[in-house]
Ligand binder design. Structure first.
Ligand SMILES: Nc1ncnc2c1ncn2[C@@H]1O[C@H](COP(=O)(O)OP(=O)(O)O)[C@@H](O)[C@H]1O
Ligand SMILES: [Mg+2]
Length: 323
């Protein structure tokens, strides 16, 4: 069962990025004038292929990457001026492991909590470890843990100082199903507690399942940011195939208003529509009614909605067309 979360209507920006540009030594432009606002309390998915600039963007906010230009405000404060204060309220689950393998789980978590200025709390640490099913591994050295367990430690570390804003960089890339499910549940719980979550992914499915809003990034440029549902409505397309009992020579006049074509020598009636209107499903139902009224019998109807993946491919093509 996919986990679904209700959309919370919150508008206040917790993170405001303006004109953020990063060119690495050698001239590669990893971020190209990125503008982005993330609202308090939402789950925002930054969706893009490998090399799009997702990790660079997170690194710029979290202090591993020095931006070339642009500004970043978190919690209403300029991160350049109030760096320490703002950074303490941010958690990061990095894409790469980067853990001291000879350290224990316990020391890593406690150290991380202290590093970001929180007082020690046995209760909180136990709670975090339990939520990630790490309690019985608490005093193990990291090198003794499986890959999945090490990822859990990364998450525990990121949560150790109770951040208000949590970044998850490709959280489920290469993790097992169980951890993925735990992670989704955890993200849902965190959001319930008011934590704002920004995750990067190249899995459409993940953005589609989890996010309130989605930003699509490619080549260091944000192509589109919108509510997930609005993206689906704006760019979503319905495709339906009616398999007819008897082939048609032409599309009946009563169906002229719809985007229809005939295939397979007239024995399949294909509908492709609903782009930008979100009315695809309703139109398919209308077409079915009209066919029945006109005694055109169909023996099968296959219908599919476009996934974010289709949308992504479509946007890429649009970009190529204009550039
Ligand atoms: N330290 C670096 N030095 C030079 N180029 C880098 C560095 N880190 C990333 N890049 C390049 O910047 C681009 C964006 O990378 P990255 O932000 O890691 O993308 P993503 O996380 O979306 O896969 C890629 O072309 C990548 O090769
Ligand atoms: Mg990355």
């Amino acid at each position: 069962m996919p986990v679904r979360f209700a959309t919370v209507p919150v508008m206040e920006p917790i993170l405001e990025i303006q004109g953020l540009t990063k060119s690495y030594a050698g001239g590669l432009i990893a971020l190209d004038h990125v503008d982005l606002q993330v609202r308090k309390g939402e789950i925002f998915a930054l969706l893009g292929p490998n090399g799009a600039g997702k990790t660079t963007l997170i690194g710029s906010v979290c202090g591993m990457v020095r931006p070339t230009s642009g500004s970043i405000r978190a919690f209403g404060q300029d991160m350049r001026k109030n760096w320490r204060e703002a950074r303490q309220r941010i958690g990061l689950v990095p894409q790469e492991l980067g853990l001291d393998m000879f350290d224990t789980v316990d020391r890593q978590i406690r150290f991380s909590r202290g590093l970001f200025g929180r007082p020690p709390s046995e209760e909180r640490i136990v709670q975090i470890l339990a939520s990630l099913q790490l309690l019985d591994k608490r005093y193990e050295q990291l090198r003794k843990l499986s890959g999945g367990m090490k990822r859990r430690v990364l998450i525990a570390k990121a949560l150790s100082h109770d951040p208000d804003l949590l970044f998850l960089d490709e959280p489920t890339a290469g993790v097992d199903v169980e951890l993925r499910r735990d992670m989704w549940r955890l993200i849902g719980d965190l959001r319930e507690h008011g934590v704002t979550i920004i995750l990067t992914t190249h899995y459409i499915e993940e953005a589609e399942e989890m996010a309130d809003r989605v930003g699509i990034i490619d080549n260091g440029r944000i192509l589109l940011v919108d509510d997930k549902q609005a993206i689906m409505t704006r760019l979503g397309r319905t495709e339906a195939r009616f398999t007819l009992e008897n082939p048609l020579a032409a599309i009946p006049a009563a169906l002229e208003q719809f985007h229809l074509s005939l295939q397979d020598n007239g024995s399949t009636l294909v509908y492709r529509g609903g782009d930008g209107t979100g009315k695809g499903k309703a139109e398919v139902a209308q077409i079915a009614r009209i066919l029945i009224q006109h005694d055109v019998t169909f023996v099968a109807l296959d219908q599919k909605e476009s996934s974010l993946e289709d949308i992504f491919v479509e946007l890429m093509h649009e970009q190529e067309a204009v550039s």
